[in-house]
Design a protein around this ligand. Structure first.
Ligand code: SF4
Ligand SMILES: [Zn+2]
Length: 346
């Protein structure tokens, strides 16, 4: 069994209670940001497509215990409008002289036909293939949708070597996947999907979740180290460390509201990035902290948060350890050490 039935049932109940308050916005959200590809920094154009949302979250499993993305997805997506908007945005934003990374996110799985119909997947890929300025395209998917047929479909429509498929593995530890995240798949499923993607010539990015529920800060730090070592052995060279930000309407949010969960410390993220980069310098390590410095996101004492978040941002962009070595001093560093040890013991 890849799920813990009673845990999954509790998650489902919370989901069902919150689903009626779901958003109905059907507009594509998009923005530009800086992004690193190999040794260069290029422009990234990020799209969030208003699909119906993640099938796992919509299923009887209740979805992941930490995820509230579903509440932002519309119930009835309009794919005609989505295609018109994508064409229009690409046409307006892509400049002749620049190079781009395009990130197509759906708050679910782009490769899930029930979420993004196959003809829409094809149309989007064909549209992107028209732009020689696009160097990299990032798509997100759970492993169960990554089969030979869907990968062949990518090959038929675009140069697959430009494609990076990002998978929310969260942890390489099956116990955490089952009893903490309610992920519904195991390490072995990720492993198989990765082998397939690499066989077809695309790249893989792994997302790891820092400090999921019921895992202490100390254990989660160690879990990230172990997970990265396993991921590296599969030939993956891009890892994104996603520190928890607490989404409303989730199991984790309930723990937080009962004072049974503290979001991770930024000091831990600095420590993790330093250790991993020193051990695996060839890994492109991404640490974009969502809601950093807020109560529901990774935070320190409030005094030093901004400076540390800037360091992490600079490190993600430059991949240079020097970015993390500006000696920021704050009294909360001792508090962090005490907290990590105390939480471990208690
Ligand atoms: S984290 Fe990903 S797989 Fe899990 S419910 Fe959210 S969108 Fe779905
Ligand atoms: Zn501080």
């Amino acid at each position: 069994m890849k799920i813990n039935t009673s845990y999954s049932e509790s998650i489902k109940q919370i989901r069902e209670k919150n689903l009626p308050s779901r958003e109905h916005s059907r507009r594509i959200i998009h923005w530009e940001e800086k992004h690193r590809i190999k040794s260069e920094v290029v422009k990234a154009l990020v799209f969030i497509l208003p699909t119906r949302g993640c099938s796992w979250a919509l299923s009887g499993s209740g979805g992941c215990s930490v995820c509230g993305y579903l509440y932002d997805n519309p119930q009835k997506p309009d794919f005609e409008m989505i295609m018109i908007s994508i064409k229009d945005i690409l046409n307006k934003k892509i400049q002749q002289e620049e190079e781009y990374s395009i990130k197509i996110f759906t708050s679910g799985s782009f490769l899930d036909r029930n979420e993004v119909p196959i003809n829409v997947q094809e149309a989007i890929l064909k549209e992107l293939a028209k732009y020689h300025q696009i160097r990299e395209i990032v798509l997100e998917s759970r492993p169960e949708y990554i089969n030979d047929k869907i990968l062949q479909n990518i090959v038929n429509n675009i140069d697959i070597s430009k494609i990076e498929i990002a998978i929310g593995l969260e942890s390489a530890n099956n116990k955490i996947l089952k009893n903490s995240v309610n992920k519904g798949f195991f390490w072995e499923d990720f492993e198989q999907a990765t082998e397939r993607i690499i066989k077809f010539g695309a790249k893989v990015k792994a997302y790891l979740l820092f400090k999921p529920p019921f895992v202490t800060e100390y254990d989660s730090i160690n879990d990230i180290f172990l997970s990265v070592s396993k991921i590296k052995k599969l030939g993956i060279d891009t890892v994104s460390i996603n520190a928890i930000s607490i989404h409303r309407g989730t199991y984790l949010s309930l723990l937080f509201e009962k004072n049974q969960y503290r979001p991770p410390w930024l000091w831990s993220l600095v420590y993790i990035c330093k250790e991993i980069k020193a051990k695996f310098p060839e890994i492109r390590l991404i640490c974009d902290v969502v809601a950093g410095g807020t109560r529901r996101g990774a935070h320190n004492c409030g005094e030093c948060d901004k400076a540390i978040l800037e360091q992490l941002k600079e490190f993600t962009l430059t991949q240079d350890l020097k970015a993390l070595n500006h000696n920021i001093q704050c009294s909360c560093k001792e508090e962090w050490k005490g907290y990590v040890l105390h939480e471990k013991i208690s």
